[in-house]
Design a protein around this ligand. Structure first.
Ligand SMILES: [Zn+2]
Ligand SMILES: [Zn+2]
Length: 248
């Protein structure tokens, strides 16, 4: 499975990551990526930047080292109503929004509670992808959530860091199961390194292996090509990004 886009990466602005966007872009180029989504943590994560950081991404060049830069965020799921910690006024300034569970914002709860939060998150229509769902601390009803994500064109992230399985028992098996369920319902899949240091940018070997083993249709993997990723953003209701016309 060829992958041209990394949709989940962090810079020093996240407070617990160690590279600049320039270092990340250089690494992305070395890895052969066409598009890099920069997705620092939104404000409720300890150490995260002020909301202005995200709106002000408009000053970033559209290309760094020849790699297209997507102005994104990794938002925190705040509650069962599926609210995220981004002011709706900011939405128009963002090209790409991931919604994720993180302990400091949404303490791990019951399977039912996580399922409710994810369902409402999808229905609220403000996130493009569900981040690192393989985390066993946040169990949820795979069928209900992933089927709904397919209906609403919300992408399911296969997170390369989760697949390393360093942190939690069961992560890897869950990622495989999630991909199988996504395949069953025809949900879109995205791939993110979740790099917190530049040497992990574009390292998506475990995600690729998973997609190959589960035999996911490349047409459903939005990061398979830059054109597919940009088409997905338009399917999500965004205007085309003028500077990226050559990639579409
Ligand atoms: Zn995260
Ligand atoms: Zn992250």
């Amino acid at each position: 499975m060829q992958i041209e886009v990394d949709t989940h990466t962090h810079t020093i602005a996240s407070g617990h990551a160690y590279s600049t966007i320039i270092e990340n872009a250089k690494a992305a180029k070395q890895q052969g990526l066409k598009i890099l989504c920069t997705t620092d943590h939104a404000e409720l994560m300890p150490g995260a930047p002020h909301p202005w950081f995200f709106a002000n991404q408009r000053i970033l060049p559209r290309f760094l080292d020849g790699v297209a830069i997507i102005r994104g965020v990794e938002a925190n799921i705040m509650d069962e109503a599926g609210n995220i910690d981004i002011d709706p006024m900011m939405d128009e300034h963002l090209d790409w929004v991931i919604g994720s569970f993180h302990d400091p914002v949404f303490a791990p709860d019951t399977k039912d509670s996580h399922t409710k939060a994810l369902i409402n998150l999808i229905k609220n229509g403000r996130v493009d992808a569900l981040g690192h769902l393989g985390n066993p601390k946040y169990d949820f009803d795979f069928d209900q959530v992933i089927n709904l994500a397919a209906v609403h064109n919300v992408a399911i992230e296969i997170n390369n860091s989760t697949l390393l399985g360093h942190s939690r028992v069961g992560s890897i098996e869950r990622c495989y199961e999630i991909a199988k369920v996504a395949k069953k319902y025809g949900a879109y899949i995205t791939t993110g390194s979740d790099a917190h240091f530049c040497d992990a940018i574009g390292k998506l070997d475990l995600a690729k292996k998973l997609l190959n083993e589960v035999a996911v249709d490349p047409a459903k993997v939005i990061t398979h090509s830059s054109a597919q990723f940009l088409a997905f953003l338009q399917q999500r209701g965004r205007d085309p990004i003028e500077e990226f016309r050559q990639l579409a």
